[in-house]
Design a protein around this ligand. Structure first.
Ligand code: SF4
Length: 333
C-alpha cells in the first residue's frame, strides 16, 4: 500500500502518495484475475493471435473487433496462410473494421515474418518494431503479452488512468516512464492488459467508477481531472448511394488507388440528392462524422465508372464497411 501523506493544515482529506509499485500491482492483478473480460484473444498467448488482436484493436472498439477477429483467424489461422493470401482476400475479410491500411501492413509484415524469420514472430519489442504496422505500443503489447518482456504499454486508456493516479495530466515520455515504474515484472503482459482493462471498464473517460476501483487507495484524483479533454463533437452529414441491380448483378465502383481512405475498396456509387424516395436509410459513423445514409434504387448514368458484379461474387470483394452494411440491409449479402 502507498504511504498516505499527513493531512494538510487546512484539514482537507489526506492525499495518497504516489503508488508504490508492488502494492499497486498486487491489487490491480488480483482485480484483473477476477474481472477480466473473457475475450477471444485472451484464450492463450500465441504470438500470432496476440499480434492480430493488437492490430485490430487500434482505433477500434472491442465489441467490433470480437467478431472480425474470429472470422479473420478462421480465414488465416497462421502467419504462413496470411502471407500466402492475395491482398484483396485479406481486405475482404478485414472489411467492416475500417482503417484498411492496418490490414495492408499486417499482410506485408506477415510476408516479412515468413521470409526473414521462418514464420516465427520475433520475440523482442525492438525487432517487432521493425515490422510494418508495428509501432511502440503494439511492439510492447505483443512482447509483454506473448513473450513476457518486462516492458510497459501506454495507450489512451492507460494515459488517462496514470494521469488520474498522479492527479495531473501526463502524456508522452512521462507517461511511458510512469507506466514502466509501476509495471509488475513477474506478470508484465497481464499487468499491461489490466491497466488497459481498468481504463476501458472502470476508469472511464467520463464518470469513472471509483467506488469499484481496485486501485482507488493509490489515486490522487479519484474522479475526472478538472482539465480533461472532452471527446470532439460529432459532425452530421447526409449521403446518398445508388443501388442498381439487373440480371443477378449489382453495380459497384472501386475507390481509386490514390485515395487516402480505403483505396481500392469497392462501394456503391455516390449520387447527389434528388427527389427519389429512398429504398432504405441507415446511420453510419466514421471517426467524428455521423452519416445519415439514404440508398435509392435507380439506373446508373452512362458515364459512371464502375462494374456490374455478379451477386455470387460480391461477398468475396474487399467492400467498404458501409457498402457491406448496405448490401446486407438490402439482403444482397
Ligand atoms: Fe480512475 Fe477513480 Fe480508480 Fe482513480 S479511483 S484510477 S479516477 S477509477
Amino acid at each position: 500500500m502507498g504511504q498516505a501523506k499527513k493531512s494538510s493544515k487546512t484539514g482537507a482529506n489526506p492525499r495518497p502518495a504516489l503508488p508504490d509499485s508492488a502494492g499497486f500491482a498486487t491489487r490491480l492483478l488480483a482485480w484483473y484475475d477476477r474481472h477480466a473480460r473473457p475475450l477471444p484473444w485472451r484464450e492463450n498467448h500465441d504470438p500470432y493471435r496476440v499480434w492480430v488482436s493488437e492490430i485490430m484493436l487500434q482505433q477500434t472498439r472491442v465489441a467490433a473487433v470480437t467478431t472480425h477477429y474470429q472470422l479473420f483467424l478462421k480465414s488465416f489461422p497462421t502467419v504462413q496462410k496470411l502471407a500466402r493470401a492475395r491482398g484483396p482476400s485479406v481486405l475482404a475479410v478485414w472489411s467492416g473494421l475500417g482503417y484498411y491500411r492496418r490490414a495492408r501492413m499486417l499482410h506485408a509484415a506477415a510476408k516479412m515474418v515468413v521470409k526473414k524469420y521462418q514464420g516465427k514472430l520475433p520475440a523482442g519489442s525492438k525487432e517487432l518494431r521493425a515490422l510494418p504496422g508495428i509501432g511502440r505500443y503494439t511492439a510492447a503489447a505483443i512482447a509483454s503479452i506473448a513473450h513476457g518482456e518486462k516492458i510497459a504499454v501506454v495507450d489512451g486508456n492507460v494515459e488517462r488512468v496514470l494521469s488520474r493516479l498522479k492527479g495531473k495530466s501526463i502524456d508522452g515520455e512521462a507517461a511511458w516512464q510512469a507506466a514502466q515504474d509501476l509495471l509488475d515484472e513477474a506478470r508484465p503482459g497481464d499487468f499491461n492488459q489490466a491497466m488497459m482493462e481498468l481504463g476501458a471498464t472502470v476508469c472511464l473517460p467520463q464518470q469513472p467508477r471509483c467506488l469499484l476501483c481496485p486501485v482507488s487507495p493509490f489515486c490522487r484524483a479519484r474522479g475526472e481531472l478538472a482539465v480533461e479533454k472532452k471527446a470532439p463533437s460529432q459532425r452530421k452529414r447526409e449521403i446518398r448511394y445508388a443501388l442498381a441491380r439487373r440480371n443477378g448483378h449489382v453495380f459497384l465502383v472501386q475507390r481509386k488507388e490514390d485515395e487516402s481512405l480505403m483505396p481500392g475498396m469497392w462501394e456503391l456509387p455516390e449520387v447527389p440528392r434528388n427527389g427519389t424516395a429512398p429504398l432504405l436509410s441507415l446511420r453510419h459513423s466514421i471517426t467524428v462524422t455521423d452519416y445519415t445514409v439514404r440508398v435509392v434504387e435507380m439506373p446508373i448514368p452512362e458515364q459512371e465508372r464502375g462494374r456490374w458484379i455478379a451477386l455470387s461474387r460480391v461477398g468475396a470483394l474487399p467492400l467498404t464497411g458501409l457498402a457491406r452494411k448496405i448490401l446486407r440491409r438490402a439482403e444482397i449479402l
